[in-house]
Design a protein around this ligand. Structure first.
Ligand code: AMP
Length: 548
């Protein structure tokens, strides 16, 4: 056995902050204001990060303390991403779209000491503060202190006053790279939300994937429109990958509707954009009504839910390739990225790879586990629950006393994803469904996701989700909840005919309901739990012959 001659360098966020402020003075964060944009250079992000660390130290924040944000994607949020973990505290990004009960539970569970809040959402936070006795300070960003109403034990500050006069340097501590840096709770649809705590090391390694060409290929020439919220899995790691690459970040703040998104694209001409499919659905509908050149985008990264193949085709039509990726809060989140293999020049063959969730990067190990606990082959056909492991995959869920590795969630060190998948011999993973969303009808399985994709490929459909519902004859049958283009399109027979030409007849749903909007989760995915509840409560007008 010989010893390595290599040095050990802890992979720290403070390293990224100092690197980006020195090496990429031209890169910046640009936040949309509704009319134009306000900018912060990476040097200023570093300055504000240090000012925040100095101010928070004065407030009594110590190593390991949780500092939360209740904020949109904007300049101040980026400075908090830089400063809070670098000083050794833990940045806790609170999801703006949680129910009040969940938000209060999460603030108390994480034991947040300080909360930074955007003035535009301050009334929402104010309503939670009576139930969060351990919060000591609230700091209002982008507005006056009066935006918050807080109980007496909480001191309210404004961001600008808090950092005013503070030094723009901070003696960053030499942390162990495995120190907790950022935490985020899953938007789980059952039980209490579960906390995942990222380390400096996991974030740093994950950022390297963001800058690698097998990942997102971020470089100093890029400008990234980060639509995916900074409160949802760190905006897919973009804020940190951007610091590493010197890429400019374009932040939409609270302007997440298709119109402002297209306005900011026209003015700021980002080269890359990232969001869940529902956002692109809206953007696409507006693009069709009001055409606009978006070819300044070299790629659009889409994940968080399956991208319908029809959406990929649609964006090809705009001259912008969609890159499909899969991940979870538990996986930092980049777990797979779909780039066709070398040598596949034929468009149709390449398309077959692009619609998959993609290949795992080297640090992410994967396996699929069958019903009896056996490992299934990578043959592109056999499916089972996807399990993953690696340096940016969580190995437990956060508990204040001792983190838990509940066997229903972890299997001998592997994370059980709850996703059912196939993997081809050359490593392309396809999510067949969430395990609990698969529909078993007459003993045969239907993937609700595959069915949704075919339904959505009908131009008459704006959006549609499918759940399994009880059926006297077949145990379960698919039920479609759809939004259609116009009243004339609320025609079940026409939709069934469309499907009969494309999928086996036994899979064609009988039960349909047309609504103005499909319920969505806090992060913009179809909320099947609520759809199930509404269905069970008889809230939908179901059209179609159940025995058809
Ligand atoms: P979250 O932790 O809220 O980001 O949710 C993670 C879950 O979203 C995964 O376990 C998948 O079920 C789903 N998901 C994420 N990306 C994709 C994708 N590209 N295709 C299908 N499902 C996805």
């Amino acid at each position: 056995m010989i010893q390595t001659t290599m040095q050990h360098g802890d992979l720290l966020i403070s390293g990224l902050v100092e690197y980006s402020r020195r090496v990429f003075p031209e890169a910046k964060v640009v936040t949309w204001t509704g009319e134009g944009a306000r900018e912060l250079s990476f040097a200023e992000v570093g300055d504000q990060g240090a000012q925040l660390a100095n101010a928070l130290t004065k407030l009594g924040v110590e190593a390991g303390d949780r500092v939360a944000t209740f904020m949109w994607n904007n300049n101040e949020h980026q400075a908090l991403y830089a400063g809070v973990p670098s000083m050794g505290a833990v940045l806790h990004t609170l999801n703006l779209r949680l129910s009040p009960e969940q938000a209060v539970f999460i603030i108390n569970h994480a034991d947040d000491k300080v909360i930074f809040v955007d003035a535009s959402v301050a009334p929402m936070l104010s309503a939670y503060l009576a139930g969060t006795p351990n919060v000591q300070h609230v700091v209002v960003t982008n507005g006056p202190a009066e935006a918050v109403t807080a109980p007496d034990h909480i001191t309210v500050h404004t961001y600008d006053d808090l950092i005013a006069g503070e030094p723009t340097t901070y003696d960053w501590p030499a942390l162990d790279e495995n120190t907790a840096a950022v935490m985020c709770y899953t938007s789980g649809t059952t039980g209490d939300p579960k906390g995942v705590v990222y380390s400096h090391r996991s974030i740093y390694l994950h950022s390297l994937l963001g800058t690698s060409t097998t990942g997102l290929g971020l470089s100093n020439r890029d400008s990234v429109l980060a639509i995916v919220p900074m409160f949802h899995v760190m905006s897919w790691g973009l804020p940190y990958a951007a610091m590493m690459a010197g890429a400019t970040m374009v932040m939409p703040d609270r302007f997440l509707q298709p119109e402002p998104l297209l306005a900011m694209m026209a003015e700021l001409r980002p080269t890359l954009a990232a969001a869940v499919p529902t956002i692109w659905q809206g953007v696409s509908a507006l693009l069709d009504a009001k055409p606009q050149d978006i070819t300044h985008l070299r790629e659009v990264v889409v994940g968080g839910a399956a991208v319908p193949p029809s959406m990929i085709k649609k964006f090809d039509g705009y001259g912008v390739p969609i890159v499909h990726a899969w991940g979870m809060t538990e996986t930092s989140p980049l777990g797979t990225i779909a780039r066709p293999p070398a040598g596949v020049d034929d468009e149709e063959k390449a398309f077959a790879y692009r619609v998959t969730q993609g290949r795992f990067p080297a640090p992410v190990a994967a396996r699929i586990i069958g019903d009896n606990g056996e490992q299934m082959p990578w043959d592109g056909v056999a499916h089972g629950e996807l399990e993953v492991a690696g340096p940016w995959i969580t190995g437990a869920y956060f508990q204040p006393e001792a983190n838990v590795t509940d066997p229903s969630k972890f299997d001998d060190g592997w994370l059980r994803t709850g996703d059912v998948a196939t993997i081809t011999p050359d490593g392309y993973m396809t999510i067949v469904d969430r395990a609990k969303d698969m529909i078993k009808t007459g003993g045969e399985w239907i993937s609700s996701v595959e069915l949704e994709n075919v339904i959505a490929s009908n131009p008459a459909i704006v959006e549609a989700t499918v759940i399994g519902v009880p059926d006297a004859k077949w145990d379960e049958r698919p039920f479609v909840l759809a939004v259609v283009r116009s009243e004339d399109d609320a025609d079940v027979e026409a939709h069934r005919k469309f499907l009969e030409e494309r999928i086996p007849r036994w899979q064609v749903p009988e039960r349909w309901s047309f609504v103005t909007e499909v319920p969505k989760t806090s992060v913009g995915k179809f909320d099947k739990k609520r759809v199930r509840q509404h269905y069970a409560d008889g809230d939908y007008t179901v059209i179609g012959d159940p025995q058809g």
